[in-house]
Write a protein that binds this ligand. Structure first.
Ligand SMILES: C[S@@+](CC[C@H](N)C(=O)[O-])C[C@H]1O[C@@H](n2cnc3c(N)ncnc32)[C@H](O)[C@@H]1O
Length: 422
């Protein structure tokens, strides 16, 4: 992280918010070589103060100040008092935890014009607020802010105030930033406050040994798609070229939509049947598609659901559908695993799709078979997989993610279907 900075000739005012025992300030001082610098190390936990003092004392080129203050509170107070920001460099490994809507931290950062749900994004925003125009900020954070609705406001706030210079992705997910047991990938960001956005350096490595470091420059359009009002931040794989998948059309233009399987099994437990019986219809889980479609299957999962007035609204007409699994991990060969349910596979009027599946449909009904074959082939392609990995750092494949992908035209999908058959 420290090696990503330019040190220049101007006086250096370093900010280390949440400094712990000062490892990041020490690394920064080391990379700065003979340059002298002033460092402000904020650390709220007094347990670290002795260690922090010891680290700082050993740094010959650093004139440091330990601030035993709540960094968020101080930063917001200074901003409100219109104090001039002073830092030319910031290096941060912020604390990480969810902050609820009525928390003190949320109220404080709202005064900076920001609504955010995690301490790390609040911390990063406060650090940026204390930096002068042109300051360089390097931070290690989870990747979770780069997509999804919870961080949309933060992405707007951030990209309004900084230019992204470098994104480094650690491809191995790390429990250090585990979020509700969903392991997260981590990124190191280098940003310039108030900078002009240009091309971005993207690098990746499996882990912090950097043994397989790869790097390339990409245009900002590859990071944030022009016109995307969600402002998703993609991290293109450091070893692939710009992907054609970006140039397709939205799913709705194909007259297709995707939903999560409507049957939440534990809510309808009393209506589930292990084996088909009088009055029941097929209930499909991911397991029915593994290694080719087969129903019913022996196993733990029920094969059927009673069709009655209480289950009726959760069932769909029998037909040809494309389904994908909702939970896959990045260690698997493909993150998007699509299967097809042929129209004639089941002889029932209605069917249930369990909630761990996403279902592609047309007006809640099945799809034309050729279109479904092409769609399935497209979703299982390497190109889609590469693209999906640029914005998903966790284990879920949500219907909204699938809606965000771009798709080939109907004619192209049907041509793909021909290719599948030849
Ligand atoms: C993830 S640790 C990083 C420590 C150090 N920078 C490093 O990389 O080794 C985050 C640190 O922030 C401190 N911290 C948490 N909330 C804080 C706050 N509101 N103000 C100042 N420090 C805080 C914690 O005590 C902890 O030492």
């Amino acid at each position: 992280m420290a090696s990503l900075f330019d040190f220049g000739d101007e006086p250096i005012e370093l900010l280390d918010p949440g400094a712990g025992i000062g490892s990041l300030t020490a690394a920064f001082a080391h990379c700065a070589g003979r340059r002298r610098l002033h460092a402000s190390c904020f650390e709220i936990d007094p347990h670290y103060h002795a260690g922090l003092q010891e680290t700082l004392r050993a740094l010959r080129n650093v004139d440091a100040q330990i601030l035993s203050l709540d960094f968020i509170e101080s930063s917001v107070r200074w901003t409100q008092a219109s104090e001039q920001p002073r830092y030319t460099h910031a290096i941060a490994n912020p604390p990480y935890r969810k902050i609820s809507a009525d928390s003190r931290e949320r109220r404080l950062v709202s005064k900076l014009g920001l609504a955010t749900s995690n301490l790390y994004s609040a911390f990063l925003a406060c650090a940026i607020a204390q930096c002068v125009r042109g300051a360089q900020i390097v931070a290690i954070v989870p990747r979770s802010f780069m997509n999804g609705p919870y961080f949309k406001s933060f992405r707007y706030w951030l990209l309004d105030r900084v230019a992204l210079i470098h994104i480094h992705l650690f491809e191995r997910r790390d429990s250090a930033f585990a979020d509700d047991k969903v392991l997260q990938e981590n990124v190191i960001l280098k940003m310039v406050a108030g900078g002009m956005q240009g091309d971005v350096t993207v690098s990746s490595s499996t882990d912090d040994r950097f043994a397989d470091l790869r790097e390339r420059r990409v245009s900002f359009d590859e990071i944030v798609t022009p016109g995307d009002d969600e402002l998703f931040i993609h991290v293109p794989a450091a070893h692939t070229q710009r992907m054609a998948v970006l140039n397709g059309i939205p799913l709705r233009e194909l007259g297709i939509d995707v939903c999560t399987g409507p049957v939440v099994d534990f809510r309808l437990r009393e209506h589930l049947r292990q084996q088909p019986q009088e009055g029941s219809v097929p209930l499909l889980y991911a397991t029915h598609f593994n290694g080719g479609f087969a129903w019913p299957r022996e196993g733990r999962k029920p094969n059927a659901i009673d069709a009655n007035s209480q289950t009726q609204s959760w069932l769909m007409p029998n037909g040809c559908y494309v389904v994908t699994r909702r939970f896959t991990s990045k260690e698997e060969k493909r993150r998007i695993v699509a299967h097809m349910l042929p129209a004639d596979a089941l002889s029932a009027n209605r069917i249930g799709f369990e909630n761990h599946l996403n279902v592609f449909h047309r007006d809640k009904r099945g799809l034309p078979e050729r279109l479904a074959i092409g769609l399935c082939a497209y979703l299982n392609s390497q190109e889609v997989d590469d693209y999906f990995r640029t914005f998903s750092g966790h284990t879920q494949v949500n219907a909204t993610d699938l809606r965000r992908l771009k798709y080939p035209s109907i004619a192209q999908l049907e041509a793909l279907a021909n290719g599948q058959e030849n």
